[in-house]
Each structure stands twice: as structure tokens, then as C-alpha cells.
Design a binder for this molecule. Structure first.
Ligand SMILES: [Zn+2]
Length: 481
């Protein structure tokens, strides 16, 4: 009897091994075979233009009434005199006062257009971090083969590279086959009302684009475990955004005679309960496609794991859960970002508030998450309400076999030699989330290699990245068939 059980087990193991190996051997590469084209030398004028662009303090500090209109209008003037061909050939207009929309008429009006996006605004420099910068963040410093400054990586590299490419092509009398739009929002870092207005305007004009390309995933040399080649992470969907305010009101008083529980205690307990367990993990469509694109390029054992997610799902989730960035790809996240209570050391505050920021995984609707939050906290004394009247749900997915994905994939292969490309779920939000009615082919990708200091100190991007970014947009504009 035991012998028969053992034999049966052996058979199961053999069949399982055969299935795993079969799937692994049939796990074929999805990489486009497109030859890379060597990028030309960077003209010194292009470098000067990027440096100049950094000098405009087009800051979004979270309060639209603080917007410094002189900086934005100055930036527009700078664009006008730096890119004269663009401004004399392309139709251009301001939208929502500070956002910019350009239209480069294509030779074939029957083809749906392509929209290239970037945003003009940058995040502020936190007062406490000013001293920590090794350069003046708004000077446009070039040193150690990097361009330094606020906005270099986010997002002026894209805006300036698009302009450089267009100006160059216009100099060659090039005309795209499809109509190209450039859409440059002015307040991406605080909600993106500019991009929203542009999207609404294009909608009223009946524009349906085949591709909308906005900032997003980057090219990374070491962030994908097991990969020896650089990987271009092409955002094909983005997570949703929701902030909740949790508030507790309980009469305070003198700190010399405290009750057993104060507003701060209740709120702290609510936070602990909310964060005790992570939200349920799931592979979104973009993540599934990521595994299908990356998997075949990995060494055999890792390839075997990605070729058989039906068996190894829990192992993959375990690995992803270990880091903040990995965890964010497989589940909705929640983190307290603002905590407010108390004014004086001997007064128990009556009101305690915390803002919790959620990033919603595709499939996790905001309302469902709010219900789960209430359930987890399970305390009626804690009032829970969204900080804004709307919830930005996760975006729809642009498939890896769509025109939009393929166009971007092709341009990456042309401009970044030896790079593996892959769909990917964007963790952060972008202006392109407003373009769902304008296009079903929305891609979030920034053509730069491992930028540094994104939203932080000593933000910078390499000269090579800038050179490739211009080259990337040039190829994309040439491939407009
Ligand atoms: Zn950005």
C-alpha cells in the first residue's frame, strides 16, 4: 500500500515537473526585434535650453492661489523664443490660463492623432532641505555628467526633449503623417486641472487619439531582480488615488487629570487597526503582462517561476511584499501623511485628525476600500471622510499588443540599445488619467535611465539620458505612420 502511495506521489511530482518545464520552455520572448539607431551628439544649444528651463520656478506647492504667474508666463516666453519654428508652424494656444496645447498638422488627416504630454510645474523645495542640496536647485547646474535641479527628472526633461525634437524636425522640413499634439499641463503636482481642461477641450473637438504618451515608468539598470540588461518600464495603467481624513472629537482638558482615553489615543488605535494587515494582494493586468514580458528574459529558475504564476503566485507575492515599491505593485496601500493634534504640552486636545493616503490597485474601487477601512477601524467615534469630493479610480489598462504600446516600444528599442521593454503598473499618478475619453491607448513612460532625487534632494538626470530622451521623441515623431 505504502509503495503504491509513494509511486503515485512520484508520478504526481513527475507530471508537475513536466508541466512546469513545458511552460518554461514555451515561455517565448515578447521583445520586438528592432535595430537600435545610434544617437547623434548632443548640440550645445540643447543643453543650454534645458539648463535655462530649470531656472523658471514653475512651482506647484499644493495651493493654486500660490501659483507664481510671472514664472509660468516667463517660461512660456522662453519656449517661444527658444523654439521659433515650433511657434511659427504649429497651432498653439493656452488652456486654463497656464497650460499649453500645440497642434502639428499631419499629412494624413484620416489617421487618428498622437498626443505627447508633459507638465510644466515642479514640486517645491522643502524649507528644511534647502541646505542639503549640493547645488542651487533652480540654477540649472551641469556637473559630473548630470544636469541638476528641481524639475530635471519631473518633468522638464520630457517637455524640453519634445520641443527639441520638434524644432529639429521642423528644421528638416519634416511633416508627420499623423497629427501630433503636445499637451503641457501646469499643475500636475496638485491635481492637474490644466490637463483636465485640455482633455475636455480635445473632447469637445471630437479628438480621438491612438496614443497618448505621458510621463511614467523609466529605464532601470538594477531595479528588476535577476535582470542583467536595462529594463524599460512602460506604464500601461496607473493606480487610483484617494485620501481619507480620520477625525476624533473628545473633550480634552488639563493634562494633569487625563481620562483613560484621549482623542489622540482613539485615533492612534484606529491607525494601528487600519494598518495592521496589508490589503489583499492581486496581480493586475499590467503586472501579469510585466511577468509575461520580463519572465522569458530571466535565468532559468526565475523564468520557471514567472512561467507558472498559477503555482508560484504566493511566492511571488511574498517576494514583492518585502519592499515598499514591490508591495505597491500588488496591492492597495494606505499610509498616514498628515497627523494633527494638540497645541500645548499641558493641554489634552479635543480634536485629533489624520490624513491617510491610499493608492488603489486596479479592481479595488474607492468605495469598497472606504467600506473596508470603516470595518477595520470599527469605532464610531472615528469620523471617516474623503478629503476631496471625488475619488480617482485606477485607470483602465492599455494592452501590450495595442498600437499605443507598440509605437512606444519601437521607439525605445530604436533609441536605447540592448534594453528589455515591458508593460508595468504605474504606482504614481499622472495628468494622463484625465484622457480616458480622448484615447484608449494611454502610455506612461519617461525615456530616462535611473534618474536620481525624484521629488527630493539633488534631483538630477544624466546627460546621456537627456540625449537619449531627445532621440526617443524624434524617433517617435518619425514613426507616425
Ligand atoms: Zn511628474
Amino acid at each position: 500500500m505504502i509503495k503504491r502511495i509513494l509511486l503515485f506521489l512520484l508520478l504526481v511530482i513527475l507530471v508537475l515537473a513536466a508541466v512546469l518545464i513545458f511552460n518554461t520552455l514555451n515561455f517565448k520572448s515578447k521583445q520586438l526585434s528592432v535595430a537600435a539607431l545610434p544617437a547623434p551628439e548632443m548640440p550645445t544649444s540643447a543643453l543650454q535650453h534645458f539648463k535655462d528651463a530649470i531656472k523658471y520656478q514653475t512651482i506647484s506647492d499644493g495651493d493654486s492661489s500660490h501659483l507664481d504667474s510671472a514664472q509660468f508666463f516667463g517660461f512660456h516666453k522662453f519656449l517661444e523664443h527658444t523654439y521659433p519654428r515650433v511657434h511659427s508652424t504649429l497651432a498653439h494656444e493656452s488652456v486654463a490660463k497656464y497650460s499649453l496645447l500645440y497642434k502639428w498638422e499631419g499629412t494624413n488627416p484620416a489617421l487618428p492623432p498622437i498626443i505627447l504630454m508633459a507638465h510644466q510645474d515642479v514640486v517645491p523645495i522643502e524649507e528644511e532641505t534647502k541646505k542639503m542640496w549640493s547645488v542651487d536647485p533652480f540654477e540649472g547646474v551641469v556637473k559630473d555628467d548630470f544636469i541638476w535641479g528641481r524639475g530635471t527628472t519631473d518633468d522638464k526633461i520630457n517637455l524640453i526633449s519634445i520641443m527639441e525634437a520638434a524644432e529639429k524636425l521642423l528644421g528638416e522640413k519634416y511633416q508627420p503623417e499623423r497629427t501630433l499634439y503636445f499637451a503641457f499641463g501646469h499643475d500636475e503636482e496638485m491635481g492637474g486641472t490644466g490637463a483636465q481642461a485640455i482633455a475636455a477641450l480635445l473632447q469637445t473637438r471630437g479628438i480621438k487619439a491612438d496614443l497618448v504618451l505621458d510621463e511614467g515608468g523609466i529605464i532601470t539598470k538594477d531595479k528588476v531582480p535577476g535582470m542583467t540588461k536595462p529594463v524599460a518600464l512602460i506604464g500601461t495603467s496607473e493606480k487610483g488615488y484617494l485620501s481619507l481624513e480620520l477625525e476624533v472629537e473628545k473633550s480634552g482638558g488639563h493634562s494633569s487629570m487625563p481620562e483613560s482615553e484621549t482623542s489622540i489615543d482613539i485615533l492612534a488605535k484606529a491607525l494601528v487597526n487600519l494598518r495592521k494587515e496589508p490589503f489583499h494582494p492581486e496581480f493586475s493586468e499590467s503586472t501579469m503582462e510585466f511577468m509575461e514580458h520580463i519572465g522569458p528574459e530571466l535565468p532559468f529558475l526565475q523564468k520557471l517561476v514567472f512561467a507558472n504564476p498559477w503555482l508560484f503566485k504566493s511566492i511571488i507575492i511574498g517576494i514583492y511584499s518585502r519592499t515598499g515599491s514591490g508591495n505597491a505593485i500588488i496591492r492597495t496601500t494606505a499610509v498616514p501623511t498628515i497627523f494633527k493634534a494638540g497645541v500645548k504640552d499641558n493641554v489634552i486636545p479635543t480634536v485629533a485628525k489624520v490624513t491617510v493616503n491610499f493608492r488603489l490597485l486596479p479592481g479595488d474601487k474607492g468605495e469598497v476600500i472606504i467600506a473596508e477601512v470603516k470595518d477595520r477601524i470599527h469605532d464610531d467615534r472615528v469620523k471617516i471622510a474623503p478629503t476631496r469630493s471625488f475619488i480617482a479610480e485606477a485607470s483602465p489598462v492599455t494592452p501590450g499588443d495595442s498600437f499605443a504600446y507598440k509605437k512606444v516600444d519601437e521607439a525605445i528599442k530604436q533609441t536605447f540599445p540592448n534594453t528589455i521593454t515591458s508593460p508595468f503598473l504605474m504606482i504614481g499618478g499622472t495628468d494622463s488619467r484625465y484622457f480616458g475619453e480622448v484615447s484608449s491607448g494611454i502610455i506612461k513612460f519617461s525615456p530616462m535611465v535611473d534618474p536620481i532625487g525624484f521629488h527630493g534632494i539633488d534631483e538630477r538626470v544624466s546627460l546621456d539620458s537627456y540625449q537619449s530622451a531627445m532621440w526617443f521623441f524624434e524617433q517617435l515623431m518619425r514613426n507616425t505612420r
